[in-house]
Design a protein around this ligand. Structure first.
Ligand code: MIC
Ligand code: SF4
Length: 641
């Protein structure tokens, strides 16, 4: 029987476990990436392991989230990351060089390699055939230390692409169509592997847009074959020697198949406040648009920006619409400059921002009150833009720039002829010299820490009995942005857990932190898909710092589930959904943790009411990690044994 690409890569990296969907497997990790917002923790955790050098083929530390440097905190973090990278053998990408995923795709990603990154959009590298997964910072730290990365063996979904994109339809519309059909929960436990005759028609940047936003499906990852187009991309990036072919066998089998005819796609848009609320752009015609933002790791490539400029050329934006453009990397910006494409952008009235995450993570660029902002990003969760009542829509650059010029939603039929699809130029300027490569031996390098770098706290083991109250009850699809909001002020505290914990659930219920502190700990009750979105482990670390020992939910998102385990919080699943309605904020619960066994159902006592049944999907090892008080304790104990 032939193999698909996903199984080929997993097979070549599997250190333990069976390759049947749902079984726990351990994978050897070739490459890691971190970004500054999650990377400071990952680096502190790597240091805590006590090795002299990273054990991976390649580890890169990017600075792209907290680049604003308002006050000492962010620059202190950057200096720590730079010196720590030199000390332990990590490549460092300074602030302003670009967005981690765009830079990794252009400079380091390789077909057939495994990559984990402390950022949920790490699957971007699947655009060139890497098996690239988002993970919590601690999982990345341990991969840097040479430990296997554990996942549940995914199902592989063949996404059969036929036809070709035409008119104003873009790569973004392929993934928006998948989100429309499958929703933000539709990819849980799955890898989306793209196949079929339509693949060859998509450029590498288009493929990367699609795999990037596969994260919004909740998927383990998404991946494209590495074919002649991929080879051409590597040649243009000046690293053809790093290219290898990687295609599925002709008779490869898949667990499921979905078909998308690219020729049928039209411009789509995700409405507030979830990436799966997708409708055709034409249906919203007439809605005024106050801001448009083009950029982010989803859509900031040379092709995305060149298309934007081609539409803007010689035209002027209406005064009521602000257009923000953030190139994905300095390489993209250099290519635009070389072709004289920066000037028309400026002349149209657009604002050119730094090559960084910027408005996507709420670092500036907030919309006006109740404003409609159309963004080429991947997330439109409520409040993430920094303006609480803004309405954020997600679309392709093609759509975004047309709406910016009109100052409102219009029917694509009125946009005139679409420009030709942009291919990369024959050669691209290198920016390799901007990365700081580590010395052969870094043992003499002094690691510089400012006051914002607060050492890790040591967590205690899980008690035999948890007696605590439900301190917060939340609904379905709670994102990590609800648990720990983004924005300049809060994100600057990512290396300081005591300080950042004060913001846990602050936008959901301002009284949550005082309430749980007063009680000395507690439990969180949630609905379906709890913890979807970002990989930020602070959404587990913060609650743990505040004394949360268990979350009881209907279902969990993959990375957040792993983060809860990593920091010793019990993720329990309600057996009967009705019990969710019976439990209230302030219900007092008694959980006998000694009675928990992997996969087994057990009772939780509820004071003054009937008990509720919960279960878990934990493996023996995960349960032992939680009992030890978290993964770092577990690893330390294991190395002592
Ligand atoms: C995001 O897009 O939400 C982030 C910011 O990139 C996060 C990581 C973080 O919170 O630092 C992600 O996607 O994992
Ligand atoms: Fe940065 Fe936004 Fe991409 Fe997250 S989704 S890595 S914040 S650009």
């Amino acid at each position: 029987m032939g193999e698909n690409i996903t199984r080929k890569i997993i097979g070549a990296h599997r250190l333990s476990g069976e390759m049947t969907p749902g079984s726990e497997i351990g994978l050897r990790i070739d490459q890691t990436l971190t970004q500054d917002a999650t990377g400071t923790m990952a680096c502190l955790q790597f240091e805590a392991v006590g090795l002299d050098r990273v054990q991976t083929e390649l580890s890169v530390s990017y600075v792209d989230h907290n680049t604003l440097q308002m006050g000492f905190r962010n620059p202190d973090d950057h200096r720590y990351l730079r010196t720590m990278a030199a000390r332990y053998g990590i490549v460092f990408s300074p602030p302003g060089t670009g967005i981690c995923h765009q830079l990794h795709l252009e400079n380091f990603a390789r077909p057939g390699k495994t990559l984990i990154g402390s950022d949920s959009h790490t699957p971007t590298a699947g655009g060139v055939g890497s098996l690239a997964m988002g993970a919590g910072g601690l999982s990345v730290a341990l991969a840097m230390a040479g430990e296997p990365y554990t996942i549940s063996m995914p199902k592989v979904v063949r996404v059969q692409l036929t036809g070709r994109l035409s008119g104003w339809a873009a790569g973004k519309d392929v993934i928006l169509e998948l989100l429309r059909r499958l929703t933000v929960k539709g990819g849980v436990g799955k890898v989306f592997e793209f196949a079929g005759p339509g693949v060859a028609s998509l450029t590498v940047p288009e493929r990367a847009t699609i795999t990037n936003m596969g994260a919004e499906l909740g998927a383990t990852t998404s991946i494209f074959p590495s074919d002649e187009r991929t080879r051409e991309f590597f040649r243009i990036m000046g690293r053809e020697d790093e290219w290898t072919e990687l295609v599925a066998d002709a008779d490869a089998e898949y667990d499921e198949t979905i078909e998308i005819n690219l020729s049928d796609l039209e411009p789509l848009v995700a409405q507030p406040h979830m990436p799966d609320r997708v409708v055709p752009v034409r249906e919203l015609a007439g809605l005024p648009v106050s801001q448009v933002a083009i950029g982010s790791c989803t859509n900031s490539s040379y092709a995305d920006l060149k298309t934007t400029v081609q539409v803007l050329q010689g035209r002027r934006l209406p005064p009521e619409t602000d257009l923000l453009v953030s190139p994905g990397s300095k390489q993209v910006l250099k290519m635009l400059a070389a072709e004289g494409l920066v000037e028309p952008l400026l002349d149209a009235g657009a604002r050119l921002l730094e090559c960084s995450c910027g408005p996507c993570i709420g670092m500036g660029g907030s919309p006006v009150s109740q404003g409609v902002s159309v963004r080429t990003f991947n997330r439109n969760f409520e409040g993430r833009s920094g303006t609480k009542d803004a309405q954020v829509y997600l679309a392709s650059p093609q759509t975004a720039v047309n709406l910016a010029l009109a100052g409102k939603f219009t029917d694509p039929a009125e946009w005139g002829a679409a420009p030709e699809r942009v291919e990369l130029p024959q050669t691209a300027p290198s920016i390799r010299h901007l990365f700081i490569f580590p010395p052969e031996n870094g043992s003499d390098v002094e690691i510089l820490r400012g006051p914002n770098i607060v050492p890790l706290e040591k967590f205690d083991a899980l008690p035999e009995v948890i007696e605590a109250g439900v301190k917060l009850k939340v609904g379905d699809d709670i994102t990590t942005d609800h648990i720990l909001p983004a924005g300049a002020q809060i994100t600057a505290l990512r290396s300081n857990i005591p300080a950042i914990s004060q913001y846990i659930f602050s936008r959901v219920d301002e009284q949550f932190v005082p309430r749980i502190l007063e009680a000395g700990g507690g439990i969180i009750l949630g609905g379906e898909n709890y913890g979807q979105g970002s990989s930020r482990e602070h959404a587990a670390l913060g609650p743990r710092h505040l004394g949360v020992r268990a979350v009881i939910v209907k279902s969990l998102a993959r990375i957040h589930r792993a983060n809860l385990v990593n920091f010793g919080i019990l993720p329990l699943l309600l057996v009967r959904p009705e019990d969710y309605d019976r439990l209230e904020q302030d219900s007092e619960l008694r959980i006998r943790t000694a009675a928990i066994a992997p996969g087994a159902t057990f009772e939780i006592e509820v004071s003054g009411a009937e008990s509720v049944d919960v279960t878990n999907d934990l493996t023996e090892k995960e349960l032992n990690i939680i009992k030890a008080g978290g993964l770092l304790n577990f690893v330390r104990e294991a190395s002592r044994a």
